[in-house]
Design a protein around this ligand. Structure first.
Ligand code: BES
Ligand code: MN
Ligand code: ZN
Length: 499
């Protein structure tokens, strides 16, 4: 990650390789930009000839403006002023950072925090800018020999704030953004690794490497999993030559006797569907079926970095789902860790099986609440697309708080109902339940299945199937894994710790 610092000072005095100012539609300037025009008269004349009017994302640059100490004065189009919000600011920072990366500038001063954004604090604006810069610059290019490498890469940016008095507040906001970005980078890196590298064993090693005196990590191998009785995980693992892993993380940020928040992640390092084999098209993307696990690990990393005053219990079940001579089959009846039996009608509905064991284990530890993350259903991609993760659960307060955290971070989550009547779809003629609920309401019936394993503990389920990766890429994410879940969870935990 590049360096980000904060500083106060006038734009015309900065000696960075570039100075960035926002320009709203109609060439409207605010804050530091308006001040600069008063300070350096020439700029006004140049701007009049500018063909760019402030459309969102358009970049206009003036070189070697007399009276300025920077060689590049960049006007970043911020769009309509009255539609500008915190997420537009995050996006704008990402766009500017990517432009700078291409420009040859090694460092830059960003004047993006004194924009007219009613109802936001300086800290929120600084955090949004820092997140935008870091998330926008993320790349996964370790396997490209001839990297599209910059000869003069961007090394550092300085986020400029209006007053020196706010430096401490702004620095704290950057610290927060750094932790979130590190957690997100970690989640993206893990998920972008191909399936031949990121195996259950590799995932467990990466988790174990997070351990320190506040964070204990326990990894169970196949033998330990057999002894513990995670039989549904073992059933899914049958078709794979690679051993499964069951990973438990314990972060101590609060009193020992305070019940933890449990974070549970689906860690399918590759989901071919098993005997109910998936179609070939885009099957490669099923290396991302461990994004729930990656989000849990990214959140632990950020929580530890921020020393969040909460206790956390992390539970990750990890395996591949492959067809093979020993693979579990449609029609098989599988016993779960909790003791409930499941008639397998489709081996591709494997996520709920391994989560059944992970959730039951988490519930047994009596956490204050459980939040699970999983790329669980294709139906969720149909329902919500890539703009929001599905949100289901058994407690309004928890669901509301997660929605709020999602809105704030723009790592958005959206509710679907969990009416009792949907449970009917999971009835089996020969076992306690079956693992698919038919064509209707696929995301909901998957969550219904999970609900059987959490007892009465407050629980929320995030279906991140549509949000966890994006092959087209976006302003905040390079094509590939997005790290969905990390931002909303870190914000939720922070809000919970200091309401
Ligand atoms: N990992 C998939 C869900 C998925 C599919 C996520 C496509 C993202 C994109 C999951 O294990 C799965 O295969 N679910 C099935 C369930 C069905 C058999 C009831 C699905 O959604 O098709
Ligand atoms: Mn599947
Ligand atoms: Zn899956």
């Amino acid at each position: 990650m590049i360096e980000i610092a904060v500083k106060a000072g006038a734009a015309h005095k900065q000696r960075n390789d570039a100075v960035v100012l926002p320009m709203f539609e109609g060439r409207k300037l605010a804050g530091a930009a308006a001040q600069l025009v008063r300070e350096i008269r020439e700029v006004k004349g140049y701007l009049r000839k500018f063909d760019h009017l402030g459309t969102f994302g358009r970049m206009g640059v003036l070189y070697d403006v007399p009276g300025m100490h920077t060689p590049r004065l960049l006007f970043a189009g911020a769009g309509e002023e009255r539609r500008f919000d915190l997420h537009a600011l995050r996006r704008l920072a990402a766009r500017a950072a990517r432009w700078l990366q291409e420009s040859g500038a090694r460092d830059a001063a960003l004047y993006l925090t004194d924009v007219p954004l009613r109802g936001t604090t300086l800290a929120e604006r600084v955090q949004a800018v820092a997140e935008g810069v870091w998330l926008g610059l993320y790349r996964f290019d370790k396997y490209q020999g001839r990297k599209q490498e910059q000869k003069r890469p961007l090394r550092a940016v300085t986020i400029m704030i209006p007053s020196r008095r706010d430096l401490a507040v702004a620095e704290q906001a950057v610290t927060r953004a750094r932790a979130v970005a590190q957690g997100t980078y970690f989640a993206r890196d893990l998920a972008n690794e191909p399936g031949n590298v990121c195996t259950p064993e590799y995932l467990a090693e990466q988790a174990a490497a997070l351990a320190d005196d506040r964070l204990r990590v326990t990894v169970m191998d196949k033998k330990a999993i057999e002894q513990a009785g995670f039989t549904a995980l073992l059933a899914v693992n049958q078709g794979s030559d690679k051993e499964p892993r069951f990973i438990v993380l314990e972060y101590r940020g609060a009193d020992e006797d305070e019940a933890p928040v449990a974070l549970v992640g689906k860690g399918l390092t590759f989901d071919a569907g098993g005997i109910s084999l998936k179609p070939a098209a885009q099957m490669d993307e099923m290396k991302f079926d461990m994004c729930g696990a990656a989000a849990v690990l990214g959140t632990f990393r950020a929580a530890r970095e921020l020393a969040l005053p909460v206790n956390l219990l992390g539970v990750i079940a990890s395996t591949e789902n492959l067809p093979g001579g020993s693979a579990y089959k449609p029609g098989d009846v599988v016993r779960t860790y909790k003791g409930l039996t499941v008639e397998v009608q489709n081996t591709d509905a494997e996520g709920r099986l391994i989560l059944a064991d992970a959730l039951a284990y988490a519930a047994e530890r009596k956490p204050a609440e459980i939040i699970d993350l999983a790329t669980l259903t294709g139906a969720c991609v149909i329902a919500l697309g890539s703009q929001a993760s599905g949100l289901l659960g058994n407690e309004e307060r928890l669901l509301r708080a997660l929605r709020k955290a999602g809105e704030r971070t723009h790592d958005r989550v959206w509710p679907l109902p969990l009416f009792d009547e949907y449970q009917e779809q999971l009835k089996s003629k020969i076992a306690d339940l079956r693992n698919i609920g038919g064509r209707e309401a696929g995301t909901i019936t998957a969550a219904c299945f999970l609900s059987r394993f959490v007892d009465d503990i407050p629980w929320a389920h995030l279906d991140i199937a549509g949000t966890a990766w994006n092959m087209k890429g976006s302003e905040l994410a390079h094509p590939g894994a997005t790290g969905a879940g990390v931002r909303v969870l870190v914000e939720y935990l922070r809000m919970r710790a200091e309401p």
